[in-house]
Design a protein around this ligand. Sequence first.
Ligand code: PGA
Length: 261
Amino acid sequence: MRIIIEPDYEALSKKAAQIVASKIKKKPNIVLGLATRGTPLGMYKELIRMGKENELDFSKITTFNLDEYWGLSPSHPQSYHYFMWDNLFSHININSERVNVPSGTAKNVKAYCKWYEQKIKEAKGIDLQILGIGRDGHIGFNEPGSSLSSKTRLKTLTVETVEDNARFFKNKDEVPKYAITMGVGTILEAKECIILVNGENKAEAAQKCIEGPVCSGCTSSALQLHSKVITILDEKASQNLKRKKYYQYSEKMASNLKKLS
Ligand code: PGA
């Protein structure tokens, strides 16, 4: 796993956007896996800026979102459909036919989840998956205890996740208790992944994800089994890392090597 430590959230967001932009430029019809909530917002803002300034063309990309609250319609202001259109898709030249966000209103959930997996396969898989992590180290809505080979399915959210999400809802009772999420196994099938982690409240989860044992108690730790992952942290989120000095040294050495070759 490559570890990049940036001074703050702004620098982290810019770094992530630069990496995503370079991948889009290399492969204009790239298939991106996208995440919602607070962490990727800064990166989305930067990508929007690049699109507006004609540095980046999104017209051929395909996207698959990680998850959606079950029970919320796409027009609900707290649904992830709404979030994605509000914070990214409406501001870039994306083709809406190539946008995929799990449905929060699917009737036959099992069949729907199977179909979502099939759709990813038909797109020849996800080239680059963007991930944030929860305070308990979850990815998507793969709560602690989720199978590390799980596929897209309905998950019951933990009390902690419901509490974390409550900040986005006016009324606590409105906060969804279930979500449809890509599985850990689905995420591991992506060709490359970028994990973004910022803030002191994620320092413990970041340490477990990067340096802890691979276990279902911290589903992001499964990414240690993936051969192409970049984790970008801000200084605060990196404060518990035991091998922090080595990660920084290793980044410096990699850039020295680039200059030499
Ligand atoms: P956040 O959520 O980006 O709002 O911190 C991350 C997550 O729970 O996966």
